[in-house]
Each structure stands twice: as structure tokens, then as C-alpha cells.
Design a protein around this ligand. Structure first.
Ligand SMILES: *[C@@H]1O[C@H](CO)[C@@H](O)[C@H](O)[C@H]1NC(C)=O
Ligand SMILES: *[C@@H]1O[C@H](CO)[C@@H](O)[C@H](O)[C@H]1NC(C)=O
Ligand SMILES: *[C@@H]1O[C@H](CO)[C@@H](O)[C@H](O)[C@H]1NC(C)=O
Ligand SMILES: *[C@@H]1O[C@H](CO)[C@@H](O)[C@H](O)[C@H]1NC(C)=O
Ligand SMILES: *[C@@H]1O[C@H](CO)[C@@H](O)[C@H](O)[C@H]1NC(C)=O
Ligand SMILES: *[C@@H]1O[C@H](CO)[C@@H](O)[C@H](O)[C@H]1NC(C)=O
Ligand SMILES: CC(=O)N[C@H]1CO[C@H](CO)[C@@H](O)[C@@H]1O
Length: 792
């Protein structure tokens, strides 16, 4: 019971968008005169087994959805709603009378009604299938929610010809969105984009190929989803799963990002491996790759919004990304598209404005149907020049000897790893890149100087200057040879020989990790600054392009809590990464030493790591799951700011992040339990490792101490939870006077770490929530027992 309450509390606090209605009252027949009121905590009408509930769900501050949801699982997933485009204000009421089911606003105005057909209603019932029915006095169903689905189908439900599922607008907004799935009268089941705000179909991007044969879409009792012919045979099976519908909940939802997904979820919490898992029939989603299968030829933006491009992410879900020089219009809804950060090129005859742009190259990215001019044959250089000389041109696509000029807004953007060698070159205003252009200014000043000044003394001075400048330039030319492949990104490519020299033959080892060995080095042309050179020891099987693409993703990250990548070497069998040097070493050596560092400093480090992780998970253009968060991988700069290192490497080393199967990444003691199970790996594995690290940071001891005198203290997570539960956190802090005087904060930090190490990944908070809890902007609810803490 306490556990249930804390689950609920957690969700109340961590998902404030959805306030739950929590009353466990098994109700079978709902009798005439019954009603529910839209307030924070009214009752709902439950199905006999309690699997489903009908009632109000609060959506943010905007109002209430009259909905049906899975009520026996923590997520309380909504599967149907009556008023998705017109939320009911607080105080609204749903009422069952003999005239029908009515949703009325606070003033009594009818917002929605069903069953008012003249026949008297006898009762209503929330069934265990998830169907809500109105039954008339002849015991015939007058109306059922199954006949009017929103975005989800459940087992035993069908989608007959002429009906459709319409995706919701975004993750947290249940309004009708951009995609729908319809069973057409011609027998085909088709996915379309919508011409928002109209209901009209825009572009079809997948169909079941059952023209003339399909009669309805059926989700049958045993968890099969298929198009059924009129004679009852399955003509096209979309999904199936051997897992029984008695042990698992099933649902099929058209997601807000346009893909149709079959999910299952264990019914009993004891077998819970956490949340909804996806099932793909013949291991492809529907459609298999929305980024490439959705091309809007006439009008429309494609799978993502205008000016953005789509890349298939973890779990085959589309990720919408902005090209460089663009940013999201709405960072809470990445599907809304991107806007250009700087003004476009000046068209009023100022030809020098062209000098203010450079091109950012994106391999295998294309924007079909965004072009307005094309050239053949042309080489890449001519293609770039053609765009620079044209103020309408915002980007070019170059493929073999073809060049296409593109204009705003860019449409149908997609990254296709199986692309045919083309690339997009985005024209970006220089002020919005990280490359510096001071050197250009110097040359302009020098040239002006030459033409104006003729005094011999000054000439002499100038001569010296020019010699110096020449040196500088030749140094730059040498450097330019290795910067060629990464425009717009201060990333340098090094020759192996250069790095061998910089590290004095790989002499001074700074550390050794799962991915390789790190050496100290000095770059001669970079003011003799120290760098850390990481030699990757695992050989790459894929082509070098792959490596450079991942390195480029790392190079695109900019955050004060990340170690910056300076450059790389990708030569023959050598793969090396060059990072800025962190003077204060690793967090491991900082906290695991006899005298504990300052408590305040530790809390700041904890926050810094959380911010860096949040950035990797949610703010950088390609989501990065670190997979190996531990104190050895957190470095400290001269101000003791925490800087995460080794991010992005998991991907380079080809670990399969979407499935588990073979290669478990990460380090014993920090790896999340889902690595050992057949469930998808998500950012929540990092949250788990962060939780363990946070405990270590609080207690300044390792997560596992084999030689602990007291066995109960061996596993830090166990010990910490015991101390927390018994209200004896002071035991944990031993002689840490400073922390003892701040026990409220200590308690908060311990509670947050217990949330992070929950066995069920879906219960772990996101890094964003972690930051909010640590910062105190939201309360930390009582954490449940992490339940199964790994034994080592
Ligand atoms: C619901 O009400 C109907 C009509 O009164 C009745 O026949 C039926 O048995 C009731 N069902 C349950 C489960 O109470
Ligand atoms: C959901 O999105 C729609 C369409 O953009 C918008 O009109 C509505 O206000 C949004 N609702 C909420 C609750 O944000
Ligand atoms: C049922 O209909 C499908 C499609 O129309 C057809 O291919 C199949 O042969 C029919 N099966 C039977 C048993 O009639
Ligand atoms: C569901 O459909 C599959 C495939 O057509 C079939 O094998 C299975 O028997 C069906 N189950 C039920 C309960 O109808
Ligand atoms: C069916 O679901 C079970 C859940 O236990 C899963 O283990 C299995 O891999 C799934 N089968 C398919 C074909 O997806
Ligand atoms: C464009 O160029 C014209 C003429 O050189 C200049 O007057 C104008 O300010 C420029 N506009 C912008 C936006 O730079
Ligand atoms: C707790 C609460 O306010 N419950 C209300 C729920 O709705 C019913 C109507 O069915 C009211 O009578 C209750 O007061």
C-alpha cells in the first residue's frame, strides 16, 4: 500500500501534466443518475478487474480529458478520449441518464454526448476489454467507445472500412495531430498525413497492399493485428505476439510521430521489466522507415516539420533535427520544425555578403522537392559557388555530378544511411558558427595598410608583420589540410604521425578504460596546450565514414559539463580522439580518497553531471546515450567543474543500443538491470548509473566494497536505502560534519538517487526531473524500494 501511494505521489509530482484519479472501487454496472466531476481527485468508473477506468484526466493546466485509461499500471496510459480538441474546464461533469451520456461544462452546457437517440439507456459499463458501453433497455449496445477510437486499438477491437485512428498532436498534447490510419472502402489500410486543420488526407506513406481484399482491421483476442477479408481470413498480418493477452496488456497506437506501434506491458508488477515494450512484426515498424518513406510531393513538410530533417533514432522512432544555422521553433515540440537563426543572404546587390557564409556538409542528408534549380554536370566546388552567388539559395544537394539549389522552407528532410553518396551543403552565416574569422580581418587590415602607408619605417615594420603573417598562414594551411572534412566545427583531423609526436611516442599514460588508453600530449601549433589523446583499441568493422559521422556528432556537442573534443585521427587502422586536457583529474580520484572533499562542492559536481547528461539526452542534435557513467569517466577542470567524458563512444563502438542481446556495455556496479533483460536500452540506463554515482558522491565511497566489515554495508545502494528507510541517514554520513549540518539536502540527494536506481526504467525520472529535484524547483516524492538491487 505504501508502495502504491509512493508510485502515485511520484507520478503526481513527476508528471504534473496528468493528475490521476485514484479510487479503487470496482464497479460493474453504472446506473442511471451516476456522474463524475472534473476535479483533481474524483472517482472514476472502473472495469470489474480494475484494468481500465473511465473518467477525467487533467491535461496540464488547460483542462480535463474525458478518457479511458489503463488503470492498473503506473503510466495510466490513455487509450481513448471524448473531447481531445476541446478540453473540459474544472468543474465539468459527465452524467449518465436514460437519455444518454453527457459531458457538461460547469455552466451545464452540453460539450459532448452519446446514446441520445431516442431509445432509453438502461445502464453503462466499463468492460475489462477497455470498451465503454451504453446499453439500452433491450440489453443492446446503443453506443460503444470501441466504435469510435481515437489513436489506439485494443485486443478484440476492429477498425471497419471508413473509420480511422488519428494520432495525437504531440507527446503531451492529445489534440488531433498530423497523421492518421484509415481502413479504406477500397480494401487498403493506409497511413496518411493530414492537412491540418482540415481532416483531409495529404500524402499516403504506407499501405497494407490489400486493395479490394481488406474488409476491416482486426486486433484479435490472442494479440494478432491483421487486415481481414470479408470471408474472415487474414489477408495481411501486421503484428502478432506469442505472449498471451492474459499475462500482458496489449495496445496498438498510431503515435504522434506517425508510426503505428504494437505495445505490450506485463500485467503483474512482479514480472514487471518496466513499462510498455514494442513489438515489430518481422522486426520492422509500420512504416519501416518513416523518414524515407514519407515524401510529400505536392505540399507538406515530410515526416518532420519544415526546415528540419528526420533521422531514425532508437527503437526505430523518427528524430527530428535542425541543420546547422537553424534551431527548433518550439523546443517542446520538435516536430514543429526549425527556423533560420540568422538573416538570409542580402539580395539588394551587396555581393560581398556572400563572404559571410560557409557550408556545413551533411552526408546522406537530402531534402527532396525543395529544389528550384538543378545543374548537370557540375563539380562540388562549382555547386557551392552557384549557391553562394545566389541570394535565394539556402542549401545545395550535391550527388555525383548533379547539383540542386534549395530554398526555404526546406521540405521532406531526411538522413538516409543507405543513401547513394549524396550530401546536403547548408549555407550558414558565419557569425552563427563556431569557426572564427579574425584571421580574415587581419589580412584585410594588412592589405589596406600596404596601399596607404609608404613610410620606409612602416614598410620595414610591415615587412616583419608580413613575414609573421606568412608564417601564421602557412601554419594555417598545414592545419587546413586536416580540417577539410569537418567544416563549421572546430574539429581537426590529425595524422597519426602528428599525434605520435604530440604524445612523445604515447609515453605518458593518463588513464585506461574500456574503450582504450588515454595519453597526455602537447600540440605544438596550439600554444603548447596540453591535450588528452585517446587511442581506441577496438577495431572498427564499418567504413571510416561511419566513424567520422559519430565523431562529427560528438564534435557538434557544446556544453560546459562535457569534455570538448578537439579533433581525431582516422588513418589506416588507427582511431584516435583528441580532447582538451582536464587539469584536476577524474572524479574517482577526487572522491575516493581519505579526506572527503567539501560537501557543497560535491553537490555542485552532482548538478553539473546531471546537466551534462540532460544535454546529451535531450538537447543536442543527435541523442547520445552515454552507457558508461561512472566516476572514472567524469573529469574535473581547473575550477572543479564536472565534465563528462567518453560520451558518444558507445555508438562508435557499434554497440546495439536498441536491443540488448550480446554486448553489455558499461561497468559492473553501474549498469542498469535492463542490460540483462530483453528490453530496449534507453536513456534511462544513464539515469540508473547516475543514481549509483550520486550515492558515491554523497557518501564518498565506492558502490561496492567487498571488504566491508559489516555485510549490510557492502552494497552501497542497499545500505543507503536501508538507512533512508530507517530514518538513519546520519549513519551514512559518518564523520562528515559539513554534510551533517545540511541533512535536509543530504536526504533530498539520497531520495533522488533512490529514484534513479529503480529497477523499472519507466519509473526512473528523466535527467530533467533529476535536475529540478536537486535544484529544489520540484519536491522529491518518497521513493519506493528500488526492489531488486543487483547482486554482484
Ligand atoms: C447490469 O444491469 C443489467 C440490467 O439491469 C443486468 O441484467 C446485468 O446483470 C447487470 N450486470 C451486472 C454485472 O451487474
Ligand atoms: C495542442 O495543440 C493544438 C494544436 O496546435 C493547440 O491548438 C492546443 O492549444 C494544444 N493544447 C494544449 C493543451 O497545449
Ligand atoms: C477469402 O477472401 C480472400 C480475399 O478476398 C481470398 O484470397 C481467399 O481465397 C478467400 N478465402 C476463402 C476460404 O474463401
Ligand atoms: C487471431 O488471429 C490469428 C491469425 O489469424 C489466429 O491464428 C488466431 O487463432 C486468432 N485468435 C483468435 C482468438 O481468434
Ligand atoms: C512477444 O512478447 C514477448 C513478451 O514476453 C517477447 O518476449 C517476445 O519476444 C515477443 N515476440 C515477438 C515476435 O515480438
Ligand atoms: C543589404 O545591402 C544593402 C546595400 O549594400 C544595405 O544597404 C543593407 O543594409 C543590407 N541589408 C542587410 C540586411 O544587411
Ligand atoms: C471527492 C468528490 O468531490 N467527489 C465528487 C465526485 O463526483 C460526485 C458526483 O458523482 C460528487 O457527488 C462527489 O462529491
Amino acid at each position: 500500500m505504501a508502495l502504491a501511494t509512493s508510485y502515485i505521489l511520484y507520478f503526481l509530482l513527476c508528471f504534473p501534466m496528468i493528475l490521476l484519479l485514484t479510487t479503487a472501487q470496482a464497479q460493474t454496472n453504472i446506473s442511471l443518475g451516476s456522474s463524475l466531476i472534473a476535479i483533481n481527485n474524483n472517482m472514476s468508473w472502473k472495469s470489474p478487474l480494475g484494468d481500465f477506468a473511465f473518467g477525467f484526466q487533467q491535461i496540464g493546466k488547460d483542462g480535463f480529458l474525458l478518457a479511458i485509461w489503463f488503470s492498473n499500471i503506473p503510466q495510466q496510459t490513455i487509450i481513448w478520449s471524448a473531447n481531445r480538441d476541446n478540453l473540459a474546464p474544472m468543474g465539468s461533469k459527465v452524467e449518465l441518464t436514460e437519455f444518454g451520456l453527457f459531458l457538461k461544462g460547469p455552466a451545464g452546457d452540453v460539450m459532448w454526448s452519446r446514446g441520445n437517440t431516442g431509445t432509453s439507456v438502461a445502464y453503462a459499463a466499463m468492460l475489462d476489454t477497455g470498451n465503454f458501453v451504453l446499453v439500452d433497455t433491450n440489453l443492446v449496445n446503443l453506443w460503444e467507445s470501441f466504435s469510435e477510437p481515437t489513436d489506439t486499438l485494443l485486443p478484440t477491437q476492429t477498425l471497419p472500412q471508413g473509420r480511422k485512428l488519428v494520432a495525437r498532436y504531440s507527446e503531451m498534447n492529445y489534440s488531433t495531430g498530423r497523421f492518421f490510419l484509415t481502413m479504406q472502402t477500397d480494401g487498403n489500410l493506409v497511413l496518411y498525413t493530414r492537412k491540418v486543420p482540415l481532416d483531409a488526407a495529404n500524402t499516403g506513406y504506407w499501405n497494407s497492399k490489400t486493395l479490394h481484399d481488406g474488409h476491416l482491421l482486426r486486433f484479435n483476442q490472442s494479440g494478432f493485428i491483421y487486415v481481414e477479408a470479408e470471408n474472415g481470413t487474414a489477408v495481411e498480418i501486421l503484428s502478432s505476439n506469442a505472449s498471451s493477452t492474459t499475462d500482458f496488456y496489449h495496445r496498438a497506437t498510431l503515435e504522434f510521430d506517425g508510426i503505428f506501434v504494437h505495445y505490450f506491458h506485463p500485467k503483474s508488477s512482479s514480472t514487471s521489466s518496466g513499462g510498455w515494450s514494442m513489438i515489430w512484426y518481422s522486426s520492422t515498424p509500420i512504416p519501416p522507415n518513416i523518414c524515407t518513406s514519407l515524401t510529400e510531393v505536392g505540399t507538406g513538410s515530410g515526416a518532420c516539420g519544415f526546415n528540419s530533417y528526420c533521422r531514425l533514432g532508437p527503437e526505430q522512432r523518427p528524430n527530428c533535427l535542425c541543420p546547422s544555422g537553424y534551431s527548433f521553433i518550439d523546443s517542446n515540440n520538435e516536430m514543429k520544425g526549425c527556423r533560420q537563426l540568422a538573416e538570409a543572404q542580402n539580395c539588394s546587390g551587396d555581393s560581398h555578403d556572400a563572404d559571410n557564409f560557409y557550408f556545413d556538409a551533411m552526408e546522406n542528408v537530402d531534402f527532396p522537392y525543395s529544389d528550384y534549380e538543378d545543374f548537370y554536370p557540375m563539380d562540388e566546388d562549382q555547386c557551392r559557388k552557384a549557391c553562394l552567388g545566389d541570394c535565394f539559395c539556402v542549401a545545395v544537394i550535391f550527388r555525383r555530378s548533379s547539383c540542386w539549389k534549395l530554398q526555404n522552407p526546406l521540405r521532406n528532410g531526411r538522413a538516409d544511411s543507405e543513401g547513394d553518396g549524396g550530401k546536403a551543403l547548408i549555407k550558414v552565416r558565419k557569425d552563427y558558427s563556431t569557426t572564427k574569422s579574425e584571421k580574415k580581418h587581419i589580412s584585410a587590415v594588412v592589405l589596406v595598410g600596404i596601399s596607404v602607408i609608404s613610410s620606409s619605417v612602416l614598410l620595414l615594420l610591415l615587412a616583419t608583420f608580413l613575414v609573421l603573417f606568412h608564417f601564421k598562414r602557412s601554419a594555417r594551411v598545414a592545419q587546413a589540410q586536416h580540417t577539410q572534412s569537418m567544416p563549421g566545427m572546430n574539429l581537426q583531423t590529425f595524422r597519426y604521425e602528428e599525434l605520435e609526436k604530440a604524445t612523445d611516442g604515447f609515453r605518458e599514460q593518463l588513464g585506461r578504460g574500456a574503450f582504450g588508453t588515454v595519453f597526455q600530449g602537447v600540440l605544438s601549433f596550439d600554444k603548447g596546450n596540453l591535450v588528452a589523446v585517446k587511442k581506441l583499441e577496438i577495431m572498427m568493422k564499418e567504413g571510416e565514414q561511419e566513424f567520422e559521422a559519430e565523431v562529427s556528432a560528438i564534435g557538434h556537442t557544446h556544453h560546459k559539463n562535457l569534455v570538448r573534443l578537439i579533433g581525431f585521427c582516422n588513418e589506416a587502422q588507427h582511431r584516435l580522439l583528441v580532447y582538451e586536457y582536464m587539469t584536476k583529474g577524474s572524479l574517482a580520484s577526487f572522491i575516493f580518497r581519505p579526506s572527503r572533499p567539501n560537501w557543497h562542492q560535491r553537490t555542485q559536481i552532482a548538478l553539473g553531471i546531471a546537466r551534462g547528461l540532460f544535454y546529451l539526452h535531450e538537447e543536442c542534435s543527435t541523442q547520445i546515450i552515454h552507457c558508461d557513467i561512472k566516476p572514472q569517466n567524469i573529469l574535473l577542470d581547473e575550477n572543479f567543474t564536472a565534465r563528462i567524458s567518453d560520451f558518444g563512444l558507445a555508438k562508435i563502438l557499434k554497440m546495439d543500443q536498441t536491443r540488448t542481446a550480446t554486448g553489455i556495455r558499461g561497468t559492473k556496479g553501474y549498469v542498469a538491470p535492463e542490460w540483462f533483460k530483453n528490453v530496449p536500452i534507453t536513456v534511462k540506463v544513464d539515469v540508473y548509473s547516475y543514481g549509483i554515482l550520486l550515492l558515491e558522491l554523497i557518501c564518498c565511497r565506492k558502490s561496492f566494497e567487498a571488504d566491508a566489515k559489516d555485510e549490510s554495508k557492502m552494497v552501497l545502494a542497499d545500505w543507503a536505502y536501508d538507512c533512508y528507510k530507517d530514518g538513519k541517514l546520519y549513519i551514512l554520513m559518518e564523520n562528515d560534519g559539513e554534510a551533517m549540518s545540511d541533512m535536509k539536502m543530504v536526504e533530498k540527494y539520497v531520495m533522488v538517487s533512490i529514484w534513479c536506481i529503480q529497477e523499472d526504467p519507466s519509473i526512473r525520472p528523466t535527467m530533467k526531473k533529476v535536475i529540478q529535484m536537486l535544484e529544489g524547483s520540484i519536491e522529491v516524492p518518497i521513493p519506493p524500494n528500488p526492489s531488486s538491487i543487483l547482486s554482484f
